[in-house]
Design a protein around this ligand. Structure first.
Ligand code: HEM
Length: 398
C-alpha cells in the first residue's frame, strides 16, 4: 500500500519523529517493536511539544486507567495531534465527554450506556442489514467496478449512526466533510474551528426541531431523559456522529483487503476481533496528560507531560499476542485495546462488531467474484490522519 505525503522530522532533542506512520512504510511502524523491546516509553515531539510515546500493552493499559493521568485537553501540557488544534475542551464543545475525567465523565457515560448494550445493538441488526443491502444494490446497479470506501465502507457506518441519532440521511455529505477536517492532522485551527462550529450549529437546529417533534431516535430519547443541557446534547451528538463513522469505515475497508488477499477467512466471524487488533486504526486517538508525577513502566512522567499510548504498539505486543504481526483469526484477540481501555473504552464497540460482521458477510455472499482492481501495494494509505485507513479501495467483479 502506498502513502503519499511529506515526512515530519523529529524535533531537536527528541529522538523519535512523530507520527511514525510514513509514506511507503509498513503499519504498525517497525520501530514500535524496538521501543517495546527497549525502554517501552520513548520521548517524541508533537507540534504542541514533547510527549511520551507508550508502546507496551501493560503500560498502555496502566496509562488509560491511572487517575493521575487526565483525558482533559484544557489541562496544561495536553498533547495536540496536528500541527495546530487538537481535541476540543468543554469550553469549546460542552458534552464532548471523551475529554472529561471522572466523576464528570460518568454522568454522560451513564446516560448513554443503555443505548449501546449488546441487546440494543441486536435490535439494530435489521436496520444495519437494510443499509448494507441498499449499498450493495447500488454498487451492483452502477456496473462492475466501485470504490469500496466511498461506495460502501464509509456510507454504511455513516448511515447507521445517522439513523440511530435521527440525523437526516440527506445531510451525510455535510457531516462527513466536516468530520474529515477534524480527523486530518494538517487541518489548521481555522479549518477545525469552522468545521466544529458548523456541526454544532447544525445539530443545535436539529435538536430544537426534535424538541417540538420527537422521533424514534437517540437524540429524541436524550431530550426526553432531560439529563443533559441543550448545548451538551449538541456536543454529545457531535461526538457520536464523528466517532461513529470514519473509525468503522477504515476498519471495514482494510478488512475487505485482508479478506480478499486471504480468502480462506471469508465467512468466518472470528476475523472481526482479529481485524480490530491487527489494524488498530485508532492508534493515535487516546491522548493524555499527567496531572501528578506518575511512574509508568519504570519511567517517571512528570505532572504536565503529555502522553500518547500507542494503541497499535500495544496490540502488537508479543508478550500478549503470539506472532503479533501475523493475521490469525483463530487467536483469542479479546484482550486487545483497539477500543481503548478504562473509563473511556469505546462506547460504540458492540455496534462496530455487528456492523463489521454484517458488512463482510453480505458483501462476500452477494458479490462472490469481488476482487481488487489495483495491486495491493498501490492502495493509497491515509498518512495525514489521526486514524489509519485507506483513501480509496478500487474493486471490481464479474
Ligand atoms: C472500528 C471502530 C472504532 C474504533 C477502533 C474506536 C476506537 C475508540 C477508542 C480507542 C476510544 C478511546 C478513546 C480514549 O480513550 O481517549 C473510543 C472512544 C469512544 N468511541 Fe469509539 N471506536 C470505533 C467506533 C465507534 C463508534 C461506531 C461509535 C459510535 C457510537 C464510537 C463512539 C465512541 C465514544 C462516544 C467514545 C468515548 C467514550 C468515553 O469517553 O466514555 N466509536 N473509541
Amino acid at each position: 500500500m502506498s502513502t503519499g505525503a511529506e515526512e515530519m522530522t523529529a524535533a531537536p532533542g527528541c529522538p523519535v519523529a512523530f507520527p511514525l506512520r510514513k509514506p511507503g512504510r509498513a503499519f504498525p511502524p517497525p520501530e514500535y517493536h524496538d521501543y517495546r523491546a527497549g525502554e517501552g516509553l520513548v520521548r517524541s515531539a508533537l507540534p504542541s511539544g514533547p510527549v511520551w510515546l507508550v508502546t507496551r500493552h501493560e503500560d498502555v493499559r496502566a496509562v488509560l486507567t491511572d487517575p493521575r493521568i487526565s483525558a482533559d485537553p484544557s489541562k496544561p501540557g495536553f498533547p495536540k495531534a496536528g500541527r495546530t488544534g487538537g481535541a476540543p475542551s468543554q469550553d469549546e464543545v460542552p458534552g464532548w465527554f471523551v475529554a472529561l475525567d471522572p466523576p464528570e465523565h460518568g454522568r454522560f457515560r451513564k446516560t448513554l450506556i443503555p443505548e449501546f448494550t449488546v441487546r440494543k445493538v441486536r435490535e439494530m441488526r435489521p436496520a444495519i442489514q437494510r443499509i448494507v443491502d441498499e449499498r450493495i444494490d447500488a454498487m451492483l446497479a452502477a456496473g462492475s467496478r466501485a470504490d469500496l470506501i466511498a461506495d460502501f465502507a464509509l456510507p454504511v457506518p455513516s448511515l447507521v449512526i445517522a439513523g440511530l441519532l435521527g440525523v437526516p440521511r440527506a445531510d451525510r455529505d455535510f457531516f462527513e466533510a466536516r468530520t474529515r477536517v477534524l480527523v486530518t492532522l494538517s487541518s489548521t485551527d481555522e479549518e477545525r474551528d469552522a468545521a466544529s462550529k458548523a456541526l454544532l450549529r447544525y445539530l443545535g437546529r436539529l435538536i430544537r426541531i426534535k424538541e417540538r417533534r420527537p422521533g424514534d431516535d437517540l437524540i429524541s430519547r436524550l431530550i426526553a431523559a432531560g439529563t443533559l443541557s441543550l448545548q451538551e446534547l449538541s456536543g454529545v451528538s457531535m461526538l457520536l456522529l464523528i466517532a461513529g463513522h470514519e473509525t468503522t469505515a477504515n476498519n471495514i475497508g482494510l478488512g475487505v483487503v485482508q479478506l480478499l488477499t486471504n480468502p480462506q477467512w471469508i465467512g468466518d466471524n472470528r476475523v472481526v476481533e482479529e481485524l480490530l487488533r491487527y489494524y488498530s486504526v485508532a492508534d493515535l486517538v487516546a491522548f493524555r496528560v499527567a496531572v501528578e508525577d506518575v511512574e509508568i513502566g519504570g519511567q517517571l512522567i512528570r505532572a504536565g507531560e503529555g502522553i500518547v499510548p500507542l494503541i497499535a504498539a500495544a496490540n502488537h505486543d508479543g508478550e500478549v499476542f503470539a506472532a503479533p504481526d501475523g493475521f490469525d483469526p483463530e487467536r483469542s484477540a479479546r484482550s486487545h485495546v483497539a477500543f481503548g481501555y478504562g473509563v473511556h473504552q469505546c462506547l460504540g464497540q458492540n455496534l462496530v462488531r455487528v456492523e463489521m460482521e454484517i458488512a463482510y458477510r453480505s458483501l462476500f455472499a452477494r458479490i462472490p467474484s469481488l476482487e481488487l482492481a489495483v495491486p495491493v501495494e498501490e492502495l493509497p494509505v491515509k498518512y495525514d490522519g489521526v486514524l489509519f485507513g485507506l483513501h480509496e479501495l478500487p474493486v471490481r467483479w464479474k
